[in-house]
Design a protein around this ligand. Structure first.
Ligand SMILES: [Zn+2]
Length: 383
């Protein structure tokens, strides 16, 4: 094997804005940041959102929202927004440099560059292709403050980690692991669900072709009815311990919220995995979709507009258990009809949760079924 050249981060350089500081914060203006936004600010600092070094200004923001690219034409589809009300925006403008605070902890600094107004309706329409408040992204924007802040951030390295973050990894760590293992091709897998065997089979089908698998479930704000984060984490660690070869798998969690922006979010998901060092990315059917807002294959189509992405999307046909093939098949390699197919539908999952009845071992690993059943309410009840 020759010397292997790692996949370049998005924009060519991995951002690192983590600082060690014993600075005196006395008298500085501070801003309270939500848990979700703190995660994203840390994603900026760790390079997961490379090349972003902070919150973008109005020109970049408008380009992202309306053209899916930064001003330098680099692909970027999802804006990361810091919103404030009018009064706060005035005090921040005066301060110039602001302390970022979350749960009574100062965790970073924001260098305020620009404050501009958020035109909620046009932004929601451009981003989500709808202004229907039933769309969780639209509803979120409509509830935001009227002003956005642009400016670079710096994050003070964390002293303590919570249990939900024990599998979080920075791109630097993942990249060095990939290098150590000598992988030339790495497939990223995004998920916000507990693993069905159908998902496992897709991941393992990819492992037949590529050197390594980067399993990267998304932990963070999701919509009502999705599985709870802790459950997803427990289910995946159990699955990996029991069914995955450690030599070809890296498991890490990604802490960011779901935006349900369908195709645009599929691009965003791919860019983050490129920053982690992936060469390929599995794009699902109705990837990051919600309800009926996006065509199931829109997330596949959009990659045609981004031939410059430098991470290759992989589209697998849907996998199902076929009673005649005696194994996991898909429409490309199995000629048998619907009557021979078994799939784990949402309805079956809900029935399992309400009746306590485990689904067939052909559809879900018993370890995973048991974890789900150990929760009295495995789903998120309020969004
Ligand atoms: Zn078949």
């Amino acid at each position: 094997m020759g010397h292997h050249i790692p996949i370049s981060p998005h924009g060519g350089r991995l951002v690192n804005r983590v600082i060690e500081t014993k600075m005196n914060f006395d008298g500085m203006t501070s801003l309270e940041i939500s848990n979700d936004l703190r995660n994203d600010i840390e994603n900026m600092a760790d390079g997961i959102f490379s090349p972003l070094e902070g919150f973008v200004g109005s020109d970049e923001f408008s380009n992202i929202v309306h053209h899916g690219r930064l001003c330098n034409d680099l692909a970027w589809t999802i804006p990361i927004m810091l919103d404030v009300d009018k009064k706060t925006s005035a005090s921040m403008k005066d301060a110039g440099e602001v302390l970022l605070k979350n749960n009574n902890e100062y965790f970073g600094l924001l260098h305020v560059d620009e404050i501009f107004s958020l035109e909620k309706l046009p932004v929601a329409r451009a981003l989500y292709n709808t202004d229907d408040l039933k769309h969780p992204g639209v509803s979120k924007i409509s509830a935001m403050n009227d002003f956005l802040i642009g400016g670079k951030v710096e994050v003070i390295s964390r002293i303590s980690e919570s249990p939900i973050r024990k599998f979080r990894m920075t791109p630097l760590v993942v990249r060095s692991e990939v290098q150590k293992r000598g992988w030339e091709t790495v497939v990223g897998f995004q998920t916000r669900n507990v693993p069905h065997i159908a998902h496992e089979m897709v991941q393992k089908a990819a492992l037949n072709i590529y050197d390594g698998l980067f399993l990267n479930p998304l932990i963070g704000k999701k919509k009502q009815g999705d599985f709870k984060d802790e459950l997803i984490l427990n289910a995946y660690s159990s699955l990996i311990n029991n069914y995955y070869p450690m030599c070809s798998t890296i498991f890490a969690t990604l802490h960011t919220e779901m935006r349900y922006a369908g195709p645009k979010e599929a691009i965003h998901h791919a860019i983050m995995r490129k920053n982690f060092g992936c060469s390929h990315f599995i794009v699902g059917r109705d990837h990051a979709g919600v309800g009926q807002f996006y065509h199931p294959f829109a997330a596949h189509e959009i990659f045609k507009n981004y031939p410059d992405l430098e991470i290759e999307p992989i589209f697998f046909p849907e996998f199902y258990y076929c009673k005649r093939c005696l194994g996991y098949s898909n429409a490309k390699n199995c000629p048998h009809g619907q009557e021979f197919r078994e799939v784990l539908s949402g309805t079956k999952m809900r029935k399992m949760v309400s009746s306590g009845e485990m689904p067939s071992e052909y559809l879900m690993r018993p370890e995973i079924s048991r974890i789900i059943l150990s929760y009295s309410d495995p789903f998120i009840s309020t969004s």
